[in-house]
Every structure is written in C-alpha cells, then in structure tokens.
Design a protein around this ligand. Structure first.
Ligand code: SF4
Ligand code: MG
Length: 328
C-alpha cells in the first residue's frame, strides 16, 4: 500500500552564529530520517525535548524547508510543488500545535477562526460556512453557540478543541499533532486525547503524534518512532516497542516514566550537543552497554518491521518487565 506520507533521508541543519554573526557550525536538528506512514494509521514520534521531533513534523508538512531528502505525500514530491500547488495541497495536511493560546488569533471569533480554512480553500459555498462551523464544533464536543465567542473566553482544553476543529475544517487526510495536550492541565489531557482518538477513528485520519509523553502515545499510536539527536533509533508497532524495546535509549525512556518502570530511573546524563553529536552511535556517552565499536561506527536502523539502530541489539539482555503507565 502506498504510504500517505513518506520521508526519505530528510535532513535539516540550522546554522549557529556567534554574537558577531560568524558561522559557528550547525544544529543538526534532523539528520537523515526515513519514515513511511500508511493511510489510516497513527505514528507517534517520541523523544526528549530537543531531539528534533518538532522540526521533523514541520518538515513533513513543508512548513520549513529540508536541506536534503525527499518528502512524498500520496506519492507526490512535496518539494517539487510550486508555492501555489503547495497551498492547495495544504487542504489535505494540517497541524495541531502545542499551545492553543498562541495558535488561535485573539482578534478572530471562533467562527472566523474555523471558517478561515473553509474560505481559503473554497470548501463550502458562500453562506454555508455557519452550518459547517456548527458541525465542526459539535464534532469536537463544543456547543454551536461557541462560534460567536472569542478564544479568550475559553479554557485551555476548550481552546485546543477549537484549534482541532480549525485543523479539521478543510477535511485533511493527514494531521500532525505537535504535543497537542502537553500545555493543558493534566485533568483535561485525557479528555482531549480521547477526543483525538475518536476523531482519528471516525474520520479515518492519518495522524502523526509528536510527543514526549509515553502515556499519551500508548493510548493512541499504532506505530512508534523513537528519535535521539536528530535520528530515529527505534521504530516498530507500538505494542512491541512498549513490550520489547530493543534500543537502550528506548529502554531508558520507558524506565523513566513514573509507574512504567519498576522504579522510575531518570536517564543518565544530558543529551550531547546536536551541534557536535558524538561519533559512532550518538547514544554511546549515555549507554550502559557501549563498546569500542559503538564509539567508532554509527549503527544502521536494522530489523525490519521492528527496527533498532544498535550494534548490540541481538546481544542485549532482555528488557526489564515494564508495567503499563499509571495514567489511562
Ligand atoms: Fe549502546 Fe552501542 Fe547500542 Fe549505541 S550501538 S545503543 S552505544 S550498545
Ligand atoms: Mg517540540
């Protein structure tokens, strides 16, 4: 089956300059990532902050330009599209951002915010917008009367529902959520996660969930890709990655989740600088299993449908038995 979204060896480096504007290297935010997202599936991209996952999400929708690699949407190369063709394509690809306080324009009523993409893409005939906005509000669990109000009149969770309605307005095939619940109160996170899960199922959406919260990921993802310093270090079916993590970094991430490891153990050390990533396996300075080979050679992502980028993946001791996360 053709992937809805496919990335091949995508890279994006951000130049770093000193106070005098002199080039001082580059942050290798995304450094050769390949991924395929089949239609109707939910792929979660997980990792610590700064691993490149948000940059990857923006690259996938061409909100920012890659330095290298191919990005295909339904087999079509997004990088080859003219600005005009890309704008038309945006109807099919939408993003939900972390912060609904920033992503909604405070000077627009809820109706205008949701109707904007309808107008932009000429989706409903003039005069039909109000009914479509009401329908979208209902889909996200809000009353149609909300249309006449302003974003500041709503709580964080309600605002994120409005942002979700706006993202769904154009009838996208692909939605990317960049930490869509992490700015919300813990008490409403589960409600918004459940809403997303229901929408994905009912609308047959293809969804890419960018998240550092493995409890959320476990709740809705079909597949998981684990990122570390700009690269994918493990990728596989969510149930397998959680039950049988193959990469030492994935194991450490899971063990660090309160309630998931026998006892939450923080990962040792900070991630090294993405400006000068360590040679060989980028995880070696923090890996308890590192050997000489790990310091010398970068391990390829290998293993088929459940793959890991670790030289020792066939020789590692079995992972500790993990419990489910405490949160639902
Ligand atoms: Fe650890 Fe070596 Fe595997 Fe890297 S390749 S994760 S350093 S064992
Ligand atoms: Mg981020």
């Amino acid at each position: 089956m053709t992937a809805l979204l496919e990335l091949a060896e995508v890279a994006r480096h951000f130049p770093v300059r000193d106070a005098l504007g002199r080039a001082r290297g580059a942050v290798r935010a995304v450094d050769g990532v390949s991924l395929a997202v089949p239609p109707g599936s939910v792929l979660a991209i997980v990792g610590e902050s700064g691993c490149g996952k948000s940059t990857l999400g923006r690259l996938a929708l061409r909100l920012i330009e890659p330095d290298a690699g191919a990005i295909r949407f339904l087999g079509e190369d997004l990088r080859a599209l003219s600005p005009r063709a890309l704008r038309a394509r945006r109807r099919d690809m939408q993003m939900i951002f972390q912060d609904p306080f920033a992503s909604l324009d405070p000077r627009m009523t809820v109706e205008d915010a949701i109707a904007e993409p309808l107008r932009l893409h000429r989706i409903v005939p003039r005069g039909g917008e109000r009914a479509r906005v009401a329908e979208l509000l209902e889909r996200v669990g809000l009353r149609p009367e909300a249309a006449r109000r302003w974003p500041h009149e709503f709580s964080g969770g309600q605002r994120q529902r409005i942002a979700i309605a706006r993202a769904l307005a154009s009838g996208p095939k692909l939605v990317i959520g960049d930490e869509p619940v992490s700015a919300l109160d813990v008490s409403v996170q589960a409600q918004v996660v459940n809403l997303l899960r229901d929408l994905i199922r009912d609308l047959g959406l293809t969804f890419v969930l960018i998240s550092h919260d493995l409890g959320v990921v476990r709740h809705i993802a079909d597949r998981v890709a684990v990122m570390y310093l700009g690269r994918i270090v493990e990728e596989g079916p969510a149930a397998e990655v959680f039950a049988d993590p193959r990469h030492p970094y994935t194991r450490a991430l899971l063990a660090a989740v309160p309630g998931m490891g026998a006892k939450a153990v923080p990962i040792e050390g900070d991630p090294p600088s993405p400006i000068a990533p360590p040679p060989g396996c980028r995880f070696h300075p923090r890996c308890p299993h590192a050997e000489a080979l790990c310091r010398a050679e970068a391990p390829p992502l290998a293993g088929g449908a459940h793959a890991a980028a670790c030289h020792l993946q066939s020789r590692l001791p079995p992972p500790p038995v993990l419990r489910g996360p405490d949160r639902g």
